[in-house]
Ligand binder design. Structure first.
Ligand code: ADP
Length: 519
């Protein structure tokens, strides 16, 4: 067989030469929504590549992006790795300290920045001596910022680049950092090979099945684990992407859905809940009838939400994954399990000594995974304990059934051990949010003298309900000891930079409350 390397440029080749006239929508760019074709995207990629080459970007150079979901960011997704350089998609929502940490660790020499995110970069630039150039996407404004370059101006002065190198498929193509839910963000380096194989796997039946005849609203950030690999898979299939643009609010998503009629909405349960709430609050004029499918991920889907969309004829699917897994490991066409591994993904559950446990759908253990698109180490060799005998230890507690259906029970750190019995925080949250008065719920374990740990719930309420009533509601479906001792009524539950329940912040707040009351 021909020993052809698997390269990111092969993904774009198909977009250009097979689907050159297929559209991509980039919303709220300058004057309004902007529709371009994959052919035009390819021309942008070549110009960006020429600009970057002139700025001294060579194979191995790290290029950071702080950008929203736009066609420009999409062009950078291809231009940077196709030059042999490495695209580090920076999570713009990280606190300054984490931004400096991730940009410095990645070794970014050039930053590509959306204009409205430039102030964030300006604030930390002094702490980043390794950054040689800051390039702002778009035209030079009438009041340019000194010390930065403007992409459109540079791109107008170059010829389209077409000498993309033949690279080793194991060469790095991208870097993402974990969202830091469980500590300082850790870097993961993706290769061309892993990016291509992951994109292919997203296209096969039994997975998300990215298809030419579907159209995708990418509501998850392109800075979050490669936009879940959808930008790469969509190029491979010529699928229409609807990119929501800068700072999307739920009503921007609703407007994009009503105008551009995507058939699949891609994003976390948190984002989808915000879209639903906005629609419930003000359905006026919005049209959800094009939506056939939700592609959720990043968090366990909530039953109440699945029901809401289900009543509107929408199929709720759900992918389990992590930054370390590019991100997709398993995929489910129902919302109450995390589904089966994608082709070329192996999963198993093990006990604390690493012994494999039964695939009986009942025995929980730590989930381990291996695949050509699961990382074999972290950047700079951090956390070697996460890797064991060729497997990656996910830190999730799961069961696997004889037919490969995986169900996440909890994160190991979030499981609550009360009097020697395990309680799943995820199951409690899911159950509580099915109560008509509960809008949102998060459950953490808090120290307890007698039981070691007890569940405490934070709830956002939409009606009158007592703690006892909520406890009874839990006890009607679960053992009585699962019922939380405390219900803290809050306006909002703390969230991480990617919109997950921030249990670290909740635990900290709980400890503070405890010292305040015992003082
Ligand atoms: P971080 O680990 O920093 O939060 P990730 O986005 O990589 O960043 O999060 C991965 C974790 O998110 C998984 O280990 C798992 O706990 C959780 N997760 C992801 N997808 C799902 C899902 N579909 N169902 C339940 N949990 C999920």
């Amino acid at each position: 067989m021909m020993d052809r390397p698997l390269l990111v440029k092969n993904l774009l080749w198909r977009a250009e030469n097979v689907f050159g006239r297929h559209p991509i929508v980039s919303c709220r760019e300058g004057a309004g929504d902007n529709e371009i074709t994959y052919g035009e995207l390819t021309a942008m990629v070549r110009r960006y590549a020429a600009v970057l080459a002139e700025l001294g970007v060579v194979p191995g150079t790290r290029v950071g992006s702080l950008a929203w979901n736009t066609a420009r960011h999409l062009a950078a997704y291809f231009a940077v790795p196709m030059l042999g350089a490495v695209l580090h998609t920076v999570n713009q929502r990280l606190p300054a300290e984490h931004l400096v940490h991730t940009i410095a660790r990645a070794g970014d020499e050039v930053l590509l920045v959306d204009r409205d995110l430039l102030p964030i970069v300006e604030r930390i630039r002094e702490a980043l001596p390794g950054v040689r150039h800051v390039v702002v996407f778009g035209p030079r404004p009438t009041d340019p910022v000194s010390g930065v370059l403007y992409m459109d101006e540079l791109a107008a002065g170059v010829a389209e680049f077409d000498a993309f190198p033949e690279l080793d498929e194991r060469a790095p193509a991208g870097i993402c950092f974990t969202s830091g839910t469980t500590g300082m963000p850790k870097g993961v380096v993706y290769s061309h090979r892993s990016t291509v194989l992951h994109a292919l796997a997203l296209c096969v039946a039994g997975g998300p099945e990215v298809r030419t005849d579907r159209s995708y609203l990418l509501a998850t950030q392109m800075s979050h684990v490669n936009g879940w690999g959808l930008p790469h898979a969509a190029a491979l299939q010529g699928a229409r992407l609807v990119l929501p643009g800068p700072h999307p609010a739920p009503r921007d998503h609703l407007r994009a859905i009503s105008t551009w009629h995507p058939s699949v909405l891609v994003g976390s349960p948190t984002v989808m809940a915000m879209i639903r709430d906005e629609y419930e609050h003000d359905p006026g004029g919005y049209d959800l009838s094009s939506v056939r499918r939700l592609w959720l991920g990043g968090q366990a889907p909530l039953a109440a939400q699945a029901r809401w969309w289900g009543e509107r004829g929408v199929e709720v699917t759900n992918g389990w994954g992590m930054t370390e897994a590019s991100p997709t490991g398993t995929f489910s066409s129902v919302s109450d399990s995390q589904g089966r591994p994608l082709p070329l993904v192996e999963i198993r559950v093990v006990d604390p000594d690493g012994r494999e446990l039964a695939r009986d759908g009942r025995t929980p253990g730590e989930l381990e995974i291996r695949s050509p698109w699961v990382t074999g180490s972290y950047l700079d060799g951090q956390s070697p304990e996460s890797f064991r005998e060729g497997w990656f230890r996910t830190g999730d507690v799961a069961t696997i059934s004889h037919d490969g259906q995986m169900a996440i029970r909890d994160r190991a750190k979030d499981m609550i051990k009360s009097g020697g019995e395990w309680i799943s925080s995820i199951e409690l949250e899911n159950h509580l949010t099915q109560h008509p008065c509960v809008v949102e719920a998060a459950v953490i374990g808090v120290p307890d003298e007698r039981w070691l740990e007890r569940p405490a719930a934070w709830v956002v309420l939409a009606g009158e309900v007592t703690d006892d009533e909520l406890r009874e509601y839990v006890a009607a479906s679960y053992p009585r000891y699962w019922a939380p001792d405390e219900f803290l009524r809050v306006e909002e539950i703390p969230k991480t930079s990617v919109g997950k329940l921030d249990k670290v912040a909740m635990r900290r707040r709980h400890a503070e409350l405890l010292t305040e009351t015992t003082r």
